[in-house]
Design a protein around this ligand. Sequence first.
Ligand code: NAD
Length: 249
Amino acid sequence: MGRLENKIALITGGARGMGASHVRRFVEEGAKVIFGDVLEEEGRVLQKELGGDCTFVPHDVTSEAGWSTIVDRATTEFGGLDILVNNAGILRFDTINDMDVASFKNLLDVNVVSQWIGLKYASRAMKQGGSIVNISSVNGLVGGAGVSAYSASKFAIRGITRSAALELAAAKIRVNSVHPGAVSTPMIGNNSVDDPIDENHIMSKLPIPRYGSTAEVSNLVLFLASDESSYCTGGEYVIDGGMTAGAGF
Ligand code: NAD
């Protein structure tokens, strides 16, 4: 029996990277999965690969109408909604001096406002309770030169997560955030977990001196999505090879 048997899950940004890994793992664990992305071709390829237990819906997370549509599709096609993984996100490197205001606001729209809209629409559809996993970052715990907008967006997710955990407790909906470090995906250049890290490389200073894999993050997201984490809500779960532990980085 799969760890997500009889669960219906919605995953945003599921066409590639960590989102695609979560889609695959959730289907393996018995969930019915509806996933969205702006990358339509990649989304359709993944749906074809995984078959009937998953549906791809073109979905831009900044669109409130899009959220209404994708949540409706989950409830009409699969019969309800139990899990939301707010995964879609973008990263831009720019100093405060070089970044324009429109670009800063757009990043917050994609990374923050989207998750808030998702919480609103998905929680209304979770009639039997549920679990919401908001993907933040280590940059939601520490700042970084050149990532002021990204870091602001990922810090904001912590406040939304804690507030939502309090608001939605009565509806038996748990809400937690996940804080990955450097994970091998297209977002940061697809560095392989097995790439040798030379001693001058920034990653060599980590207690676990390598990139994380998408599968490792899926293990944590799966735990938080499943009933195994039934006493966890309002929590922040770090998966970063020790990056934010403090020593040597
Ligand atoms: P990725 O770029 O490989 O995947 C992100 C996905 O989100 C893509 O498929 C992209 O098309 C989709 N997306 C972007 N804008 C969208 C929009 N407006 N609507 C719908 N989908 C949209 O990146 P990833 O590394 O897999 O990132 C997944 C999440 O993890 C993001 O929230 C990211 O900030 C976070 N994260 C990544 C890392 C890392 O090292 N890779 C570290 C910490 C946190």
